[in-house]
Design a protein around this ligand. Structure first.
Ligand SMILES: Nc1nc2c(ncn2[C@@H]2O[C@H](COP(=O)(O)OP(=O)(O)OP(=O)(O)O)[C@@H](O)[C@H]2O)c(=O)[nH]1
Ligand SMILES: [Mg+2]
Length: 195
């Protein structure tokens, strides 16, 4: 399906800003600049729903988008961004951790990765966190358009191995060519319909 009816519900600095909604929620998390906001725009078919940019740290709060009155996407700040040395810690412990722990309707974590980079400790932490809290994991390997097909296949192998997950679970995605968009939609639909 094509997502299109999408609107910002709220931007939250803490639990008081989480939206008053019962819809299933999907969180998009990953390192700064990996392409979290771009992926939300891709899935919703909107160019500027979620704010994107070349400088890391574009997303500062948890931003909740209701899509087709059916699901809520939560965009989060990159956990690797450390302006002043504190952003990374702050965004995880103050914003992301309480949300993952306490939000009942949160069903899945889309782990947004840059396909050209080996996942780091923060990515592993997020992946393990998803497993511990019973969240489904969808690893989205963005910027696939920047690699040749062979490089892409090799990178997916490295990413899967580093995360300790099957290679078939990792999806190569491009916000430019829309590669992988349907596969992500299919996995999201399965989760939304099963919730
Ligand atoms: N070529 C290409 N560029 C991409 C892709 N996805 C994202 N980008 C670019 O990467 C940069 C960062 O994208 P964002 O979507 O803002 O990344 P983010 O993870 O939301 O970043 P923060 O909110 O700062 O943590 C932007 O310049 C995007 O245009 C992709 O699939 N292909
Ligand atoms: Mg962003």
């Amino acid at each position: 399906m094509q997502y299109h009816e999408a609107k910002l519900l709220s931007s939250a600095a803490d639990a008081s800003g989480w939206p008053d909604s019962d819809l299933p929620e999907i969180m998009f998390a990953g390192r700064s600049n990996a392409g979290k906001s771009s992926l939300i725009n891709l899935l919703t078919n909107r160019k500027k729903l979620a704010y994107t940019g070349k400088t890391p740290g574009k997303t500062r709060l948890l931003n909740f988008f209701e899509v087709d009155q059916r699901v809520v996407f939560c965009d989060s700040p990159g956990y690797g961004y450390a302006k002043g040395g504190t952003m990374s810690v702050l965004s995880f412990s103050d914003l992301i951790d309480p949300y993952i722990r306490e939000r009942q309707q949160l069903k899945a974590l889309v782990l947004v990765l840059d396909i050209r980079r080996v996942p780091n400790d923060d990515d592993l932490l997020m992946k393990n966190y998803a497993a511990e809290t019973g969240l489904r994991l969808i690893p989205a390997c963005m910027k696939a358009d920047k690699l040749s097909r062979n490089q892409m296949i090799r990178s997916l192998g490295i990413i899967a191995k580093t995360l300790g997950i099957p290679k078939e679970d990792c999806i190569a995605v491009s916000a430019v060519t829309r590669l992988g968009c349907e596969e992500i939609e299919a996995r999201l639909n399965e989760i939304i319909e099963g919730s």
